[in-house]
Design a protein around this ligand. Structure first.
Ligand SMILES: Nc1ncnc2c1ncn2[C@@H]1O[C@H](COP(=O)(O)OP(=O)(O)O)[C@@H](O)[C@H]1O
Ligand SMILES: [Mg+2]
Length: 318
């Protein structure tokens, strides 16, 4: 069976006036049902774009993206609408984006249930359960303005769960919180994930998330570049340890981490070979006389010859 999320060679191009911005340039990843995954990367690397594609808020330009068997590239606007309403819970950096300030916590959580046509009793019971699950039962009658930032984000999480989503997405949900509160919110995501098996993807620019989440995927320039996976705890070492992997996509492409690339002075070509132990060896091309910028002059195509140079060949002529 397909993994819950399958994303292959995903491309998203934004068109702004005459400019094209390549936000995702061939992103590959797979996420299994019930996984909790962190997405990290510098600002502008394409994290929000990817999350918005996953959430059905925008459509990708090319590639493949399937969530729970549904093709989000080929979906019609109507299908995308129901996907978003029925399958996805979204949490943003600013809790206010999901919430109404003049309503109580309970009323905020009931609102999407009212919209989806849930009956009064069922709605009250379920909203109460969700508020208890996020640790806000005692504050359910408080207006939003009477709650702290962390408590508001808990309400936002309960609201995101109101449609019983199969996929919970958070775009920098701890970005505006102090680090202690951020840790509590991450712990809440972890608990919801382990108790309800809710597939969860959290975007962050904060590397500390790696400690809270078992699997962290790094996006660089709109591509999956590396992955950090928490190693199974060994009995005599209480501290969790992590393995960092470079992602190899299904056609064999990988990104060499910039620090290693700089250390080896790898140009734009490399020699790849197999060692006797069966490892792959990636070696910089040694500088040769006549090479320009690491490229050999003899590899230059005829088209790169200066236009006024007399060409020694005559196609179609004797
Ligand atoms: N709506 C948009 N229109 C045009 N360009 C956009 C839009 N949203 C994002 N971008 C561009 O796409 C790239 C990736 O942005 P984004 O996905 O927001 O990255 P991140 O969340 O990692 O900071 C950036 O160059 C950004 O300027
Ligand atoms: Mg972003």
């Amino acid at each position: 069976m397909d993994p819950f999320i399958v994303c292959e060679n995903l491309v998203k191009i934004y068109k702004v006036a005459d400019l094209e911005v390549l936000a995702l340039q061939g992103l590959d990843l797979q996420i299994e049902k019930g996984e909790l995954v962190g997405i990290v990367g510098t600002s502008g690397s394409g994290k929000s774009t990817f999350l918005n594609v996953l959430g059905g808020l925008i459509q990708p330009s090319a590639g493949k993206i399937r969530v729970d068997g549904q093709d989000l590239l080929k979906a019609t606007p109507g299908q995308l609408d129901s996907y978003r309403r029925e399958k996805v819970g979204f949490i943003w950096q600013q809790p206010a984006r999901n919430l109404l300030a003049y309503l109580t916590a309970q009323e905020n959580v009931e609102l999407p249930m009212t919209i989806s046509g849930m009956g009064l009793r069922e709605k009250q019971t379920y909203a109460g359960e969700l508020l208890a699950a996020v640790g806000l039962w005692d504050h359910r009658r408080h207006k939003l303005a009477q709650l702290s930032g962390g408590q508001q984000q808990r309400v936002a999480i309960a609201v995101a769960l109101a449609n019983k989503p199969a996929l919970l997405l958070g775009d920098e949900p701890t970005g505006e919180l102090d680090s202690a509160t951020a840790d509590e919110i991450l712990a809440l995501f972890e608990r919801l994930n382990s108790e309800y098996g809710l597939t969860t993807v959290i975007v962050t620019h904060d590397q500390q998330v790696a400690r809270a989440v078992g699997r962290v995927i790094t996006i660089r320039d709109g591509r999956t570049s590396s992955e950090t996976v928490r190693r199974r705890e060994v009995a005599d070492s209480p501290a969790a340890s992590f393995d960092e992997f470079v992602v190899v996509d299904n056609v064999g492409r990988l990104q060499i981490p910039p620090d290693l690339r700089n250390k080896t002075e790898l140009g734009d070509r490399a020699i790849v070979s197999l060692t006797e132990e069966g490892h792959l060896l990636i070696k910089a091309v040694a500088e040769r006389a006549g090479s320009v910028n690491g490229r050999h002059a003899d590899s230059a195509m005829p088209d790169t010859a200066p236009p006024n140079r007399k060409r020694p060949w005559h196609f179609g002529k004797k």
